[in-house]
Write a protein that binds this ligand. Structure first.
Ligand SMILES: *Cc1c(COP(=O)(O)O)cnc(C)c1O
Length: 462
């Protein structure tokens, strides 16, 4: 076998073009073979198809059809968020333009741990992260310092970094979060060796400010050693904590504030909805996740930081990447922008998307999915066969068949998964189990939402 072609370099585009045709054909064939939002038959059937397609994982001699066969198998066995009936999680259908940009990132393969591996990618990252941070902190009356943002693998890494920055800025910190907070905050506290987090009740699904006030008043320890984490867009119900009230309490008690806006942060893009994030700019750190309400392929996380000087604690030196004399000579020092070393240029697809769609185009997508959620809630509210949890706040709708047991709610979800008909989520709230629909597909039509309800109705065990 001759030496396989490379993706970049003079021969790259010529070598890639036919391979891309193969990939696109295989994607189409795989999706057609699946014929729905996810493969039918459950985990065993899918694992069998994958095993059959792969054959020998590392054969002695390679095979020419591996790209077509494996991509086809992956597509055939995927849960496709571009199907309107795949609506369980904060799992968005990526925009074509973002996926195309990501191909360029894979081809050029810049690595953002040193300037000499990523000259333009590091410049692009500096530009775009500064602009996104300015977007988050636009409302700040007295900017305390330059805002900045770090690129992360998602909300989990952003939350971890937020806790780390708080611990370093305050010389030890205790996390205070709502009962509605994302599980990654608890893991981050554990990972960083922080004390057990204080959990503030969230009886209506959002953090109760009176209970927070009480916790901040009564907790022992030095003033300023507390980090409050609020949520803008809960994973289960898409609810927004009262951010401005929480920011007032943090200011009054001298606590640091982190806002996990992994889901709700996308509302910033919408002129219609951004006012609902009032108070966001008062947080010391903000988690954003553009692979949720931002239509990016995974990964596209960010941590916005109100005061860029907080990032100084991440400074780290490795002579081969950021020698002092190189830095003094003007080569940007990138190691302090992540805890990772080798790092993909995830900023490229983000930058391309922002520039292609603009604020108006992205805002329209946000408005569309929020409108779909309102339409679905209307359909549910009008049907006595269903119970609606509440009016949607972002694009999540929770409902259950009227009179069904929790076991029946769990069963209808699994039946639809097993039959490959629909991907719905689940959420335990108010002591009951609900079906969760997270609408992130701007192409969904009213008929799709009606079909979804028919499927649930027809598959609920009675
Ligand atoms: C999804 C989510 C996260 C975790 O983000 P990942 O990108 O999955 O790591 C954190 N917080 C909230 C509120 C989320 O919805």
């Amino acid at each position: 076998m001759s030496t396989p072609p490379l993706a970049s370099g003079p021969e790259g585009p010529g070598a890639l073009r036919p391979l891309l045709d193969t990939v696109l054909d295989a994607l189409r064939e795989g999706a057609a073979a699946r014929g729905g939002p996810l493969p039918a038959g459950g985990p065993e059937a899918v694992a069998r198809h994958v095993r059959d397609a792969v054959g020998e994982v590392l054969p002695r001699e390679g095979r020419d059809d591996a790209l077509r066969v494996l991509v086809r198998a992956l597509a055939a066995g995927s849960a496709d968020p571009a199907d309107p009936l795949c609506a369980a999680h904060l799992h968005c259908p990526p925009l074509a333009v973002a996926a195309a940009a990501d191909l360029a990132a894979a081809v050029l393969n810049p690595s953002l741990d040193s300037w000499d591996q990523a000259p333009s990618a590091s410049a692009l990252e500096a530009l775009v992260t500064a602009a996104l941070a300015a977007e988050v902190y636009a409302g700040a009356e007295e900017p305390p310092g330059r805002a900045d943002a770090l690129v992360t693998t998602g909300g989990t890494e952003s939350n971890q970094l937020a806790l780390l920055l708080a611990r370093e800025a305050r010389g030890g910190v205790r996390l205070v979060c709502g009962a509605n907070a994302h599980h990654s905050l608890h893991r981050a506290a554990w990972l960083l060796g922080l004390p057990e987090p204080v959990v503030v009740p969230a009886p209506a699904g959002t953090m109760d400010p009176a209970a927070l006030d009480e916790a901040l008043t009564e907790l022992p320890g030095p003033r300023g050693s507390l980090l409050v984490a609020a949520t803008a867009g809960t994973t289960d119900a898409g609810l927004l904590d009262p951010l401005a009230d929480i920011a007032d309490l943090c200011a009054a008690h001298g606590a640091r504030l982190h806002i996990d806006a992994a889901y709700g942060g996308g509302l910033l893009l919408s002129d219609r909805h951004r006012a609902r994030l009032d108070g966001l700019h008062r947080a010391d750190t903000v988690t954003l996740d553009l692979h949720k309400l931002g239509w990016q392929p995974v990964a596209a996380g960010l941590l916005a930081v109100r005061n860029a000087s907080d990032l100084a604690v991440l400074q780290h030196s490795a002579d081969y990447l950021n020698a002092d004399d190189d830095t003094e000579a003007g080569l940007p020092d990138l190691l302090g922008r992540s805890l990772r070393t080798t790092r993909r240029p995830d900023i490229l697809k983000i930058a391309v998307t922002l520039a292609t769609l603009g604020r108006a185009g992205l805002g329209a997508l946000v408005d569309q999915v929020c409108a779909h959620a309102a339409e679905l809630a209307d359909l549910i509210a009008a049907d006595p066969g269903f119970e609606l949890y509440d009016r949607p706040v972002i694009s999540t709708v929770l409902f259950r068949p009227t009179g069904a047991s929790d076991a029946a709610v769990a069963a209808v979800r699994r039946t639809l998964l097993h039959e490959g008909r629909a991907v719905l989520g689940r959420a335990a709230l108010d002591g009951r189990l609900w079906l969760k629909v997270t609408l992130l597909n701007p192409h969904t039509r009213p008929g799709d939402l009606a079909n979804l309800l028919k499927l649930v109705e027809g598959h609920t065990p009675r």
